[in-house]
Ligand binder design. Sequence first.
Ligand code: URA
Length: 434
Amino acid sequence: MILEIIAKKRDGGVLTRDEIAQIVLGYVRGEVPDYQVAAWLMACYLRGLNAAETLALTQIMVESGDQLDLSSVPPPTLDKHSTGGVGDKTSLVLVPLLAASGCSIAKMSGRGLGFTGGTIDKLESIPGFRTALDLETMVAQVCRIGCCLAGQTERLVPADKKLYALRDATATVESVPLIASSIMSKKLAGGAHSILLDVKVGAGAFMQTIERARALASTLTAIGRGAGRQTRAVLTDMSQPLGRTVGNALEVREAIETLTPHAPHSPRFRTFCLQLAGEALHLCGVAPTVEAGIEQARQRLDSGEALQKFRQLVEAQGGDPQVVDHPQRLPSAPHIGDVRARESGYLAAVAPRLVAYTALRMGAGRQKKEDTIDPAVGIEVLHSVGEWVEAGEPLFRVHARTVEQLAHAQNELENAYETTPEPVPPVPIILERL
Ligand code: URA
């Protein structure tokens, strides 16, 4: 009985796979009401789920819908997930880079969540780009060009959609086993044999302390390995925005520049992409070591093969491939203005959430679910922490839709940085691997 299962978890008991299935699959079928599942979620939040329960919950969620069948796709199959951060456009670089390095990647991504941007919103700033692909189209495209980048389909993990909405309305989102099962159910249903997880840590991430990030990373990898997938997690720094842009079309432009040999780029972001690529290529057996993987990826970037793969990806999904050579074809905002350093010094901090919320309020993200995104607006972050800046030098460049938006954003960003006369040690970008 559902009532007994709720009471068992409320009292700290360990649920069987069958008990979890009764709740989750019953809820998806409409047989268990919201209020009982809400009570069960709160019991799980307060009492926790052990490793076996968390794996069972994840696998039951996967079984609630269709799964991507990658058996016809050339191996190795690889997937990558980031827990979300400010300016995180890594997938736009990594997916074509890894496909150009010999992997098959059917990547499903999300939309912006809270203060973080979403890969799907970013891709939709490319004129014509289709993100709604059905499972058969995804598989066919991966067989043809090695990769696809699509939104979550309705058919995949319907249990997560329903449970996530209920968690959101019952203050039960921030539970490590519930977050981990939600993330991994979508990764397992995505069918790849190897899964690289980028768990972000810091003020611009959902996990603000290394301890919380470690707990999430080890739960994620335990689920992946328990389900028979090669899984690795890296903890990565999110104490400042990633790269030099925050905002949809701006981030696509930065990704294209990072993929383009000899184009201007953020060295920190390029290094980050290469390190993740090295981890991924080692994980799935394409490279014998992480260092060899980094070197292979560097060659694919420098030769222009990764950029060519991105062009194929854009074309395959109906986007204007000319944006790759002419990023000025991307949407652009009419009002641009800078925020300048008040004094000379080393940049000690750039506040990622403040930058993100300033961009979000201009329309780069949604304040309510039904809001539409303005792809053109956003913020260029012109310096990284540790760099020397002269008084009067531009620190941020705001791209706004209106003069009022521009003035407001400039005002907000005055509080988004700190300088100091003392040198600031650079922050490592990869913190730990699990
Ligand atoms: N992202 C997800 O997919 N699920 C969560 O629960 C939290 C973040």
